[in-house]
Ligand binder design. Structure first.
Ligand code: NAD
Length: 826
């Protein structure tokens, strides 16, 4: 026997991490209470749930089963704490966050072992990845607490935040939630997943240790139906941050619709792992191991779909099988084990069910020859080949160690396959050709793209999804905005508190109170508003009847008749008919969506070009200032001077977004790795929008301009009451080189048309500025394909005010951040 033979046949010896300190800690604390107001309290129900060690199926701990009474108590504690925590200086908050990070490091091994025992994931992962990232998250956000006042001026915390997390990265998900929330001055009530509460409870102890003020962090363990739902519905919770499955995310979207609660959803995925034929296949094999067998594949962004260029597919699959044969599965506390246990018997059954379905559907399944331990919940690494893209296993998130592989020939085909699911969470691209990789990365619908690497995370680089993978980001500066709101909102809303019915308008008392600029020439308004008569400027007042100008729809750059063949009257404030517009219907909306999709090349054009076109629109609007001003007067009865001011404000706004078009660019992050992360602000895609009744021109321009400046294409339902300012823009657009389909306008009944838009599977986001009921309806309907929504819940904003009517908020709503990870070095 030579050295090589010995090397090949050598067995691994056991290298177990001791569980004793963690088991001792559990013994001393159980049954665990609920953590409310920095106190451990018994659950109102008197009930406890068993936490199981999935590696051996044996009971590990008793944790409290909270119910809605406990949720009430925790929310009340968080509310009381918010009064002072929300006003605590950033530096003070930073000191607490820093202390938490230090204490996590002090207890790092206990946390790592607890996590392995409770979840079944290997100690290698909890020790080397989960817990260090948890500490990093608190350090990073200590920095944002310190910098909040200078870096987020004009923003304030949201209030009490309900946070609900899954079981796959129990402490890491807690950190992703609590660190940004608390850094920004919010207080939280967090619900860990049913199976994995223990590290959250140890975290509660750390909260006590560092002396975080009582009530800032509250932790409630228990069942989803008792705690999760009560938290989601609680009237005194201002925001829900949820990580979990798409189905539950959808139900939370529906449950919070219209409530005004801020919402972020980090949901499921079916992420592509794209391998081009020039990739380094040995690196690819290690990448696949990390992508799908890390944490037993129970990773939202797991690279679960292997897409390989046809000419290297056989070679890669053989290499993978060799590697799979060598993976070690077993006791999660053994430091030489690659894969641990599946979290629960239910999850194991679900994996088995989907794998059986894959076989039934005709795919070829391959597993290594070795057997899994019989005690505990284990499932071997599994590879499917000969998979057709439409089958269940190619489309559904299995959330287990199961890889499905498919082949492609060209980069375009790779992108099409990569985007061929309802998800959009993450992707990996493998190629030694950086030109190819950087060309493909922006084309894949995903919040994170890893080039020649996979499953990379860092607090500095936001994480989150597109499409049915949810909306919102965690980490990075972009993640902070999930936990703040513009300070003007609360001030404005308290002023408007008395105005309950729908959006206030310039004619409404509420808005008049805040806008002296609108109170102009009362005499003119009182005597029937007709400050404009045909021919005013030209002096041509002869009794010729005006030439009829009935606006149609504006779809694909053309003025088209409404499908319905009906028109609706537009009236002035005295209810006199001043014109007609087309009565849009479902067909018109569908045509407009199709046109908006066909114009998607707009996003790929240069930002310089988009800026030029916005300037050009402004130029052409200016030429027609008088006409537009008179139209505003005619529709609203406001004085002519006001109307001119509105037109000028609209022109200025177009200039603002022309300016931003080539300046809202993103960032480069330097996480702790050799490489960079490119945080790119990407267009969302197709945005449906209802523009406000107040300021018919300015409201329209204030929403359309940022959306198209950032590369989106839009379908606009203009003000139902005063649509003529928007329809007058047709000719401005036509003379401004705006490509066909970038802006599409459908007039008619606002809420009915918005319902069609919000239901439409091919619309990526909905903006709605109308009534409270309409806002609710849009949020409800948008749950279908998890559209991002931006609604006003019936509250007006002062569109003339540059803080409320333009700026970063609009740009942020027009974009989503894609983080492209580019490691470098040989
Ligand atoms: P889950 O949706 O079943 O549960 C997630 C959490 O929500 C748990 O705490 C659960 O108790 C609670 N919950 C369940 N129903 C609820 C309801 N009706 N109201 C309120 N709360 C409710 O998900 P899971 O099985 O725990 O986790 C796996 C899922 O999480 C996968 O789909 C995975 O992709 C996703 N995930 C996403 C990310 C991300 O960042 N995008 C990260 C991790 C996991």
């Amino acid at each position: 026997m030579n050295v090589m033979d010995i090397f090949e046949t050598m067995e691994y010896g056991p290298a177990p991490e001791s569980a004793t300190p963690a088991l001792q800690w559990i013994k001393e604390h159980q049954p665990f209470g609920l953590f409310i107001n920095n106190q451990w309290v018994a659950p109102t129900s008197g009930q406890y749930l068993e936490s199981i060690n999935p590696a051996n199926g044996k009971p590990l701990a008793q944790v409290a089963a909270a119910n809605s009474a406990d949720v009430d108590a925790a929310v009340a504690a968080a509310r009381a704490a918010f009064e002072s925590w929300g006003k605590t200086p950033g530096h003070v908050r930073a000191r607490y966050m820093y202390a938490i990070a230090r204490h996590i490091q002090k207890h790092s091994r206990l946390l790592a072992v607890l996590e392995s025992l409770d979840n079944g994931k290997t100690i290698r992962e909890t020790r080397d990845l989960d817990i260090p990232l948890v500490a990093r998250h608190f350090y990073y956000h200590a920095g944002w607490a310190q910098l909040m006042s200078s870096e987020l001026p004009g923003y304030e915390p949201v209030g009490v935040v309900g946070q609900i997390i899954p079981w796959n990265f129990p402490l890491l998900m807690l950190a992703w939630k609590i660190a940004p929330a608390v850094a920004m001055g919010n207080t939280v009530v967090l619900k860990p997943a049913r199976y994995t509460s223990l590290t959250a409870l140890k975290f509660a102890e750390i909260v006590q240790e560092v002396g975080l003020p009582a009530g800032v962090v509250n932790i409630l363990t228990g069942e989803a139906s008792q705690v999760g739902e009560a938290l989601v519905r609680h009237p005194d919770v201002n925001k829900i941050a949820f990580t979990g499955s798409t189905d539950v995310g959808r139900s939370i979207r529906r449950a919070t619709a219209g409530s005004g609660k801020k919402l972020s959803l980090e949901l499921g995925g079916k992420s592509p792992f794209v391998v081009f034929d020039d990739a380094d296949l040995d690196s690819v094999v290690e990448g696949v191991v990390d992508a799908i067998w890390f944490n037993q594949g129970q990773v939202c962004c797991a690279g679960s779909r292997l897409l390989v260029q046809e000419d290297v597919a056989d070679s890669l699959i053989s290499k993978l099988r060799v590697r799979m044969e060598k993976l070690r599965l077993g006791d999660p506390l053994d430091k030489a084990v690659d894969m641990g246990a599946i979290v629960s018997p239910g999850q194991l059954k679900e994996i088995q069910r989907l794998v059986a379905q894959g076989v039934e559907e005709g795919a070829d399944m391959w597993q290594p020859s070795w057997a899994c331990p019989t005690e505990g919940y284990f499932f071997p690494p599994t590879l499917f080949t000969n998979v057709s893209p439409a089958t269940t296993i190619a489309q559904v998130e299995i959330f287990g160690p199961v890889l499905v592989s498919m082949t492609f020939r060209t980069p375009a085909e790779a992108v099409a396959l990569a985007n061929n699911t309802r998800y959009g969470l993450a992707a990996s691209v493998w190629s030694e050709n950086i030109n190819l990789a950087l060309d493909v990365a922006p084309k894949i619908k995903a919040g994170s793209v890893w080039i020649n690497c996979t499953n990379m995370f860092d607090a500095s680089s936001g994480f989150g999804g597109d499409r049915e993978s949810g909306f919102g980001r965690e980490g990075g500066k972009e993640g902070l905005y999930e936990y703040v709101r513009p300070a003007w909102e609360a001030q404005e809303r308290s002023k408007q508190a008395s105005s309950t019915n729908g959006a206030a308008t310039p004619g409404d008392k509420a808005l008049h109170g805040t806008q002296p600029v609108l109170s102009g020439d009362d005499d003119e308004q009182a005597n029937g508003h007709n400050v404009w008569r045909a021919g005013d400027e030209s002096g041509f007042t002869a009794a010729l009847p005006p030439i009829d100008r009935t606006p149609k729809m504006f779809i694909k750059g053309k003025q088209v008749r409404p499908d319905s063949g009906y028109s609706r009257d537009v009236v002035d404030p005295q209810q006199r008919v001043i014109g007609q517009v087309g009565e849009g219907n479902r067909k018109d909306v569908r045509n407009a969506v199709e046109a908006a999709h066909a114009a998607s090349g707009w996003a790929a054009g240069t930002t310089h070009n988009r800026a030029q076109i916005l300037y050009y629109i402004a130029e052409n609007l200016e030429v027609r200032e008088n006409e537009f001003a008179r139209r505003i007067v005619q529709q609203t009865g406001r004085p002519l001077a006001d109307a001119h001011e509105e037109v000028q404000a609209a022109i200025s706004r177009l200039f603002s977004y022309a300016a931003w078009a080539d300046k809202y660019e993103g960032a480069i992050h330097r996480p702790p790795l050799r490489g960079v992360v490119l945080a790119m602000n990407e267009a969302i895609g197709v945005i449906g929008m209802a523009t406000p009744d107040e300021y018919p021109l300015l409201g329209f321009v204030s929403l359309v301009a940022p959306a198209i400046a950032m590369g989106n294409t839009v379908i606009v339902i203009p003000s139902q009451r005063s649509p003529l300012s928007a329809t007058d823009c047709y000719q401005v657009f036509e003379t401004s080189d705006l490509p066909d389909g970038v802006v599409n306008i459908v007039t008619g009944e606002r809420d009915a048309l918005c319902q069609v838009l919000a239901d439409h599977e091919d619309v990526d986001a909905m903006w709605y500025f109308g009534s409270a009921d309409g806002s609710k309806q849009v949020e409800l309907a948008s749950a279908g394909n998890m559209k991002r929504t931006w609604v006003n819940y019936g509250h007006a904003r002062n569109w003339l005010d540059s803080e409320q009517g333009e700026g970063e908020e609009f740009l942020r709503e027009s974009t989503q951040v894609k983080n492209i990870w580019v490691p470098y070095g040989e």
